[in-house]
Design a protein around this ligand. Structure first.
Ligand code: UGA
Length: 456
């Protein structure tokens, strides 16, 4: 929305959230999310063409709006039919019902365009249209406009997107609505990159794009395992494979496992759709992407424990990075929470440092991962975990350092200084391959190193 407000002259953008604390944060200079480059963009247009308001303004803003973007969460269902797989659309439905009321009371002569921005499984636009129409709103079109930006690079991704996707009903009014939205994007995105499709193609294309990206990560993570066993180097294999222009170099970086709010959730959705249509083999094919990812996280924990003489109980282990990737404070589905739970199950003492993740967030995530994995005799997070604000303090007295997120600052640390304050033998496990170029130096210092995708 900040990008639209900056790039489209004459457009007024109002963001509404029911959480007043978040609205206050958006109106301050401490935004509620860490995203490089976002604050200056917001500051440029806030109070001019971009406004953040609370729910008291809901009816007024909705009844005036020409285009309404719905950007609510669509997490995986936790209970009931499709639990663990299907998307929970209750926030979406609530939003649709909320919008319907002021729209019904407002001018019905004007076409209102409701835009699905949240990633939703195929058919959702129809469901939303039926909720809004059943409430008596007659002149409304629901479009699907999935977002392709990635966290940490959002501003660059939005400034020059590979494509903007707009799906709409293939009717006269549907085409009219598509044009209204496409014209907003055409303010800064070249026309040939603004693609229009039917609603279902748009919804499915988003799921498949994420599925294929996740599939690449799982594929290269299987290659990392083969390399560790054979002595091939995954960095070299990845480089050579990626030079094939049909394959391309991106998303071939082995890791401790992909995380984030999207990949797993979207693939689970895809699996659910396949199963509900009787496509069991297709569902199983996509399920493998998730299984390999689960295995990759567990394998990292096993390597740590196995290398440290099969016991980490009461050993201090320093974990660098808790976010699911660098340049974000987001921890949803982060590999760190699962690796952390594995080590806590073994009664390791964890000391965690992440430049952007709060102590409260890590505490909640560790509890969630432990509750999902351990049913009895759960480790006591409060006794076993410390949250550090200084990386050198975090490493002091530790038996091992684990790199779980690829933050740039982790590449530059004075590891010799850390080594001198550590228990011996000191181990370093790089789950992100950010220290490949310093491996010889680290081993010269005395570290016992493990880097994902390299034989030891
Ligand atoms: C992903 C997609 O990349 C976006 O296009 C999409 O819009 C977004 O989901 C969404 O659906 O909202 P995001 O989850 O923010 O974006 O982050 P990614 O850059 O895709 O990374 C996902 C995970 O894969 C991270 O944990 C990352 O560390 C991991 N990854 C990525 C690897 O392990 N190796 C790689 O080579 C690339």
């Amino acid at each position: 929305m900040a990008m639209m407000a900056t790039k489209c002259p004459g457009i007024k953008v109002t963001c509404i959230d029911i959480n007043e604390a978040r609205v206050a944060a958006w109106n301050s200079d401490t935004l509620p999310i860490h995203e490089p480059g976002l604050l200056p963009l917001v500051q440029e247009v806030r109070g001019k063409s971009l406004f953040f308001v609370g729910k008291d303004k809901f009816d007024e803003v909705i009844s005036e709006a020409d285009v309404i973007f719905v950007c609510v969460n669509t997490p995986t269902k936790k209970h009931g039919v499709g639990a663990g797989r299907a998307a929970d659309l209750s926030f979406w439905e609530l939003a649709a019902r909320g919008i319907a009321k002021p729209l019904k009371d407002a001018d019905q002569g004007k076409l209102r365009v409701v835009v699905e921005k949240s990633t939703v499984p195929v058919h959702t636009a129809d469901a939303v249209a039926s909720v809004v129409e059943a409430a008596g709103v007659t002149n409304v079109e629901v479009l699907s406009n999935p977002e392709f930006l990635a966290e940490g690079t959002a501003i660059a991704d939005l400034t020059a997107p590979d494509r903007v996707l707009i799906g709409g009903r293939q009717t006269e009014r549907g085409f009219k609505a598509i044009e209204i939205l496409a014209n907003i994007y055409r303010c800064w995105v070249p026309a040939e990159r603004v693609k229009t499709t039917n609603v279902w193609s748009a919804e499915l294309a988003k799921l498949i794009a994420n599925g294929m990206l996740a599939q690449r990560v799982s594929s290269i993570n299987t290659v990392a395992q083969i390399c560790e066993m054979t002595g091939a180097d995954v960095g070299e294999v990845s480089m050579i494979v990626g030079m094939d222009s049909r394959i391309g170099p991106k998303f071939l970086q082995p890791s401790v496992g992909f995380g984030g709010s999207c990949f797993q959730k979207d693939i689970l959705n895809l699996i659910y759709i396949c199963e509900s249509k009787g496509l069991h083999e297709v569902a199983e094919y996509w399920h493998q992407v998730i299984k390999i990812n689960d295995l990759q996280r567990a394998r990292f924990s096993k390597t740590v424990i196995g290398s440290m003489y099969n016991t980490v109980a009461r050993k201090k282990i320093c974990m660098f990075g808790f976010a699911f990737k660098k340049d974000t404070g987001d921890t949803r589905e982060t590999a760190s929470m699962y690796v952390g739970a594995d080590l806590l199950e073994e009664r390791a003492q964890l000391s965690i440092y992440d430049p952007e993740v709060s102590k409260e967030q890590m505490w909640m995530d560790l509890h969630e991962a432990i509750d999902g994995k351990i049913k009895e005799n759960k480790p006591n997070v409060d006794e076993l975990v410390t949250y550090e604000t200084d990386p050198y303090e975090a490493a002091k007295g530790a038996h091992a350092i684990l790199i779980c997120t690829e933050w740039d600052c982790f590449k530059e640390y004075d590891y010799k200084k850390m080594f001198e304050g550590m228990m011996q033998p000191a181990f370093l496990f790089d789950g992100r391959r950010i220290l490949v170029s310093r491996k010889a130096e680290l081993e010269g210092i005395g570290f016992r190193t493990y880097i994902i995708g390299q034989a030891q």
